[in-house]
Design a protein around this ligand. Structure first.
Ligand code: URA
Length: 432
């Protein structure tokens, strides 16, 4: 088999056979295919696409390049969730304990933030003592005992994806639906939960900027999951405004705790209940309506909060933050941003807020940069709220007054207040 011929086939939109896809992925991972040939093939895919069968075959070859987890000892269906990422997305912090409090099993491997999007792992690490590195045995044991564990990606999971992703980053081939789908789904299939809920974000703060591309990615990932025997649903959710009120690691943990304590009920809380209900339904715990009610009950009864405290304690963290969120890290400086007019909060540009938070120190500009866990922005109003001239729009947190001042202009221009009333945000667009 010649790599040259495989590149030609993809350029001419002729389908690669399963064995050809396996050959390409395995030999590239084992350094037997040079980067320049793989780059040419990736660019051919970027321009010509792959069929659903080819995408599923590529995903499987990538999954099989490394370790595959085994939850067969867990006495029920395991359910994973994947969000394609956005600004202020802290849903895992609430969904994992809610689903576990209802009797589900949630094994979760999450990533760190890079660029303007935050990572669940950085959020959890802002909890004093919390360890995101569990051995496989401890990971399995915790899921069996508590029902949920959230850890960083570790071990020899999908080495093919690591190598291909690094090359895509250098060759302008990240932006391809079949390649994104294979990259994400290879990791999901290697984690190997029985059920997968896909939360595909759509909007200016997301990978997928248009509804059309979000739907195409969701369809591609779902068909791959189904082709490999997983139960799967996909939800398209809005990412034109930050999710919830807080953006920044410890600030987002604090917001998640407030929702778990039922101190606030906002569109984010609604989304969390809906997504938890979807996960419970996939796990076979009833129909969607029943499962949504179960999720709501776990939240209202405080069981989900207790479960979150159990998970924190099991992973070495200070579980008392659930009663005393003031123990979470704070930045040294803060500043309030005031509205200079009356009207209605019409939009908050999430990508701009993500970039402002990066400047404040809440995110990483490179894989090794340090983050300030207390940095970020907390909004005091939601989309649709009436605003009076002089109201505080948000609080800005960073290590110094200078950083707060510098970010203020960017944050200010990301917020739009209009004279006309605007409807409240609908976070869920559709379920596939
Ligand atoms: N996230 C991934 O894991 N892979 C991609 O290709 C894009 C986003």
């Amino acid at each position: 088999m010649q790599v040259y011929d495989l590149i030609q086939k993809t350029v001419r939109q002729k389908k690669l056979m399963k064995s050809e896809m396996q050959f390409l992925i395995t030999n590239f991972t084992n350094n037997k295919i040079p980067d320049y040939m793989m780059s040419a093939w990736l660019m051919a895919v970027r321009c010509q696409g792959l069929s659903p069968e080819e995408t599923a075959d590529m995903t499987l070859a990538m999954r099989d390049s490394g370790e595959i987890l085994d939850f067969s000892e867990i006495p029920g269906a395991t359910v994973d969730k994947h969000s394609t990422g956005g600004i202020g997305d802290k849903t895992t912090l609430m969904i994992a304990p809610i689903v576990a409090a209802c009797g589900g099993y949630v094994p979760k491997m999450s990533g760190r933030g890079l660029g303007f999007t935050g990572g669940t792992i950085d959020k959890l690490e802002s909890i004093p003592g919390f360890s995101v590195n569990l051995s496989r045995q401890d990971f399995y044991r915790q899921i069996q005992k508590i029902g949920c564990a959230v850890i960083a990606q570790s071990g020899n999971l999908t080495p093919a994806d690591k190598k291909i992703y690094a090359l895509r980053n250098l060759t302008a081939t990240v932006d391809s639906i079949p390649l994104i789908s294979a990259s994400i789904m290879s990791k999901k299939l290697a984690l190997n939960a029985d059920c997968i809920l896909l939360d595909v974000k759509c909007g200016n703060g997301a990978f997928m900027k248009t509804r059309e591309s979000a739907l195409a990615l969701a369809e591609s990932m779902k068909s791959t999951a189904i082709a490999h025997g997983k139960k799967c649903s996909a939800v398209i959710t809005d990412m034109n405004a930050p999710l919830g009120m807080a953006v920044g690691n410890a600030l987002e943990v604090r917001e998640a705790i407030s929702i778990l304590r039922c101190e606030i009920h906002n569109p984010l809380a609604e989304l969390v209940i809906d997504l938890s209900g979807q996960m419970l339904a996939l796990s076979g715990m009833g129909d969607l309506q029943e499962c949504r009610c179960k999720a709501l009950k776990a939240l209202k009864s405080g069981k989900a909060l207790t479960k979150f405290a159990e998970m924190i304690a099991a992973q070495g963290g200070d579980a008392s933050v659930t009663d005393h969120p003031e123990k979470l890290p704070h930045s040294r400086a803060s500043r309030m941003l005031f509205s200079d007019k009356s009207g209605y909060l019409a939009s908050v540009h999430s990508e701009e807020i993500g970039l402002a938070c990066l400047e404040l120190g809440a995110g990483r500009t490179s894989a090794n940069s340090q983050i300030d866990p207390g940095a970020g922005v907390v909004f005091l109003h939601q989309i649709g709220d009436e605003i009076q001239d002089g109201d505080v729009l948000c609080e800005i947190h960073a290590d110094s007054d200078v950083l707060c001042e510098q970010a203020e202009k960017r944050i200010c221009s990301a917020i739009q207040i209009t004279e006309m009333p605007v409807p409240e945000l609908q976070l869920i667009d559709c379920v596939i």
